[in-house]
Design a protein around this ligand. Structure first.
Ligand SMILES: [Cu+2]
Length: 117
């Protein structure tokens, strides 16, 4: 019973943090590569500025053991990649036209966006 209550409180705290307190972090991806951490329900950073018409490799490091964090998908680009725990996985992003491209986990709990400009 006590464990259930603690789990419930932890879940409520996580929901509050996720919906109200979390602010997306932004980063510019240049030649010095950025590693996107997958942890606590968020990609860190989650908004990535990249240059238009230039392929780039994004590195994801999954630190969250929950199955929710396992996949990262770029639906517009038809990219779907499995992330192994505590490993950096490089995902090659092709040259893109300017615009916004979402990426997320399978259940869309983890969410991020590429800002191509
Ligand atoms: Cu998920």
């Amino acid at each position: 019973m006590l464990i259930i209550n603690i789990a419930g409180l932890a879940l409520i705290a996580l929901i509050i943090w996720w919906f109200w307190l979390y602010k997306p972090t932004e980063a510019t991806v240049s030649d010095s590569d950025i590693v996107i951490k997958v942890e606590n329900g968020v990609y860190q950073p989650s908004r990535l500025k990249i240059a238009a018409e230039k392929p780039v490799t994004l590195y994801f490091e999954r630190l969250d053991p929950s199955p929710c964090a396992e996949m990262v998908q770029f639906p517009d680009l038809e990219i779907s990649e499995t992330l192994r725990l505590n490993e950096k996985v490089g995902i090659d992003i092709p040259a893109l036209a300017a615009g916004k491209y979402a990426f997320h986990c399978q259940m869309q709990m983890y969410k991020g966006e590429l800002h191509v400009e």
